[in-house]
Design a protein around this ligand. Structure first.
Ligand code: EPU
Length: 338
């Protein structure tokens, strides 16, 4: 396709914001990407690597070069009696990959069904849902080192994974263009049914436990709770669940018995940001062209015509309100591109 100028990102960010990139290219050729990155014309530009745009908030037009990795190949790199190592291109839709693995009976990522975004973004965010994080299934990441203009690989142990966090958001931030991710999946899946919603729906179904069943149930739960970005702009959870001293969580619970929090067993607890926001009365509200989803208070929604300023203003209002009422700081989960 070549590098496009003044490219509209309206269809490339799930908030549907009308943002323009000075330069944009989607490419599945390492040589082409290295060629572009070594040209003087682009070397001086700000650079941003984007995945599916499902976890991005652009604060205005992007005055630089955006590269969207388009690698779509999927192949087995190693096959043993118990495990399969499968390499997947960064540009593959995450849920297409999950389905591909579930169809073949490979377990490990079924709880991450129906998460929007691309495979290349999955290690960056360490995407997680229903008691599973992708770090448990990632073996290796191949990337282009943007500073050295060379191809490198990094193993899972080196990725410093945390809650929605990894080396790609810290030490390697801005330095990597992920081309492929290798997953280690099990041929004898161990199901993670720790999440109450999931186990109760499985019991209701009264069917034999299988990867298909888990995928089906999780997809249904997510479809019911989370708005479909093709119908209404959103980036999934807008905020992270704050981690606070367990004493603080207990104090809040004493006053508000409906609070259920997750004890991390190190003196700290994860408190659902959705609950905090809900208690502050934001669930289902609409202000101008933005609002908070009616079924999940953690999800901000952008109606047709919404601007980034409206999204930012509402998120700041929510943050202030939670701080005033509970004295807890909630931080964005969405990646903000200034
Ligand atoms: N709750 C409310 N009001 C609401 C929604 C939820 O009070 O409007 C309370 C409920 O009591 C519930 C608690 O908040 O017990 C937690 O809610 P939920 O189980 O829906 O999960 P979450 O903590 O809000 C996290 C992830 C989601 C992931 C779900 C399921 C984060 C920031 N979000 O949400 O991930 O799908 O767990 O595992 O960790 C995403 O990252 O974009 C995302 C959607």
């Amino acid at each position: 396709m070549g590098v496009k100028k003044s490219f509209s990102l309206k269809n490339y960010n799930t908030l549907g914001l009308d943002i323009t990139a000075k330069y944009f290219i989607e490419s599945s050729s390492i040589d082409e990407i290295l060629g572009i990155l070594s040209q003087d014309q682009y070397k001086k530009e700000r650079l941003f690597i984007m995945g599916g745009g499902s976890n991005l908030l652009f604060k205005g037009d992007f005055h630089g070069l955006i590269i969207k990795p388009g690698f779509k190949d999927i192949y087995i790199v190693d096959d043993s009696p118990n495990y399969v190592y499968i390499k997947c291109g960064a540009g593959v839709e995450w849920d297409v990959f999950v389905e591909y693995c579930v169809d073949r009976g490979w377990g490990g990522i079924e709880n991450l069904s129906y998460i929007p975004g691309t495979v290349g973004a999955s290690p960056v965010q360490n995407i997680g849902a229903y008691g599973t994080e992708v770090k448990e299934s990632i073996a290796l990441v191949d990337y282009i080192d943007i500073e050295e203009l060379s191809c490198k690989s990094i193993t899972s142990e080196m990725m410093n994974f945390g809650y929605r966090d990894s080396i790609f958001k810290n030490n390697l931030k801005g330095r990597t263009l992920i081309t492929h991710v290798t997953f280690k999946l099990s041929k004898f899946p161990k199901f993670n049914l720790s999440y109450h919603d999931v186990i109760s729906k499985i019991e209701d179904k009264n069917e034999n436990l299988s990867l298909y069943l888990v995928r089906d149930i999780i997809t249904t739960i997510r479809k019911n709770k989370l708005p479909d970005p093709s119908e209404i702009g959103n980036v999934g959870s807008f905020f992270k669940n704050p981690i606070v001293d367990t004493k603080i969580a207990l104090d809040i619970q004493r006053e508000n018995p409906s609070l259920r929090f997750f004890d991390l067993e190190n003196g700290y607890s994860k408190v659902p940001a959705a609950w905090l926001i809900d208690q502050c009365g934001f669930k289902g509200i609409r202000e101008g062209n933005v609002g908070v989803h009616k079924n999940q208070a953690l999800v901000l929604v952008a109606y047709s015509g919404a601007t980034w300023q409206e999204v930012v203003a509402l998120s700041q209002k929510i943050k202030r309100s939670v701080k005033n009422r509970f004295n807890i700081d909630i931080e964005p989960e969405v990646n903000i591109v200034e």
